[in-house]
Design a protein around this ligand. Sequence first.
Ligand code: FES
Length: 579
Amino acid sequence: MPTQPRQRKRPEDLRSHRWLGPDDLRSFGHRSRMKQMGYGPEDYQGRPVVAILNTWSEFNTCHTHFRERAQDVKRGVLQAGGFPVEVPVLSLSETFMKPSAMFYRNLLALEAEEVIRCHPVDGVVLMGGCDKTTPALLMGAVSANVPAIYVPGGAMLKGNWCGTTLGSGTDAWKYWAERCAGNLDECQWRQIEDGIARSPGHCMTMGTASTMTAVAEALGMTLPGASSIPAVHSSHNRMAAESGRRIVEMVWEDLRPADVLTPEAFDNAITTDMAIGGSTNAIIHLVAIAGRAGVKLPLEHFDRISQRTPVIANLRPAGEYLMEDFYDAGGLRGLLGRIPDLLHLDCLTVNGKTLGESIAGAAVYNDAVILPRDRPLSRAGATFVLRGNLAPQGCVIKPTCAEPRLLRHAGPAVVFRDYPDLKARIDDEALDVTADSVLVLQNAGPLGAPGMPEWGMLPIPRKLLRQGVRDMVRISDARMSGTSYGTCVLHVSPESAAGGPLALVHDGDVIELDVEARRIHLCVSDEELAERRARWKPPAARFDRGYGELFVRETTQAHEGCDFKFLHAGRPTPEPDIF
Ligand code: FES
């Protein structure tokens, strides 16, 4: 059904009017300080004040175009009669932040929410792209619940090495394995370093960044087609300006995240995640975003949607192509146009139209990249949710990125108690490991690592690489990069540092994996496990103070989204007093 026009706000209803409109001493202060910056009432009075939350940073190599792109957003805001204000916020650099950008996702989410709330902001443009910036900004915007639109940063250009196309992450892992196996020399390795990241923009495989921006679009939080535009394409500048124009209208229409982020919108996001063969990280982020909106997403819900959704994006790491190819093939609109029967088409999006209206007329220009329904990469099951005595609260695996023969496997565990232990021993020639072993990493979860780093694609021991082994069953409470691949069982919950059964695994214990049956089983008797549990001691507390202490105290487990407990949906936070 076509959308109905929404009732429009009056200028005196603007949130910013509380700061800038009244004839009192406080408002005098606000207006005089606007004049300090050279702005008079004609610049802002009666106009929506639009905050552009910019995650630009010279540490964030994926966002190097954001200062320029913020100017495009401003142009659009001004054209539509708004008053743009650029506001820098924490940038989550996937590359440089340690222990993990995930450790700081909730910090940016909290900052975004409070920056919006404490300022005279009528509407907000969220600029992100590098992995965690997307969920963090969306989480903050949901909780603040003022009109908000997301401007995805766009993927970087395809990588190239002497004529061979390179994909972010995916090909780094692939060629590193070849280097470790002795098949690449240092000169070739440096050439790959030269060519794998060639322009501004986020990773151009279907990693977490591309997944989460696509998910943001499917949720209805971007303009149609925005998430597929490469960062350096001129369409990206135009999309940014268009988003600036649109947010001004959204303010007058009072179209807020709560109007867009319904349970059906989350179903659309999960369906999209499955159809693009998206990153396993999307599950954690979607659970967290939904938690802010008061929507519960149990892991089995992902599994259900996964089973009915074909993977039709032929993109690395599951497939062959890269984001630039995806854009040229019709992008996300083209892909969604192939699965309308799996979507809730009447969901409202930030452009004021329904999802159905937004994808109407979408076309696919290259069937090799966006596959026809009858020739999918996989008929169903981009991500499976497993349970068993090793993961009572669930864990996940991405079978499209695994060697099929390993999806049903039993083997003896080789246990690493934490990442330093893994690093110290994995390439030890004396390590008792074969291609049939199951590599287990403990203490790599939300609290144990901390921050649940992307360590879940445990490296194959060099001695096995030299024998030609390229995949093994690996199990951890960590995440893995969306650009990674392999038979990696991830997000084991509860995690080992919280006393989950993963902490009780010993070298030589047989672990059974049966992905089709959704089962992961530690072949140790209940009595023996109870004895081991009685002897188990939690790891020593790492933090006495600061953000780390807050993180460990407040962060939930993987199946709950790893958000801070005190940031979950609850009674709306009141507007600030202005005295
Ligand atoms: Fe920024 Fe991959 S490092 S998206």
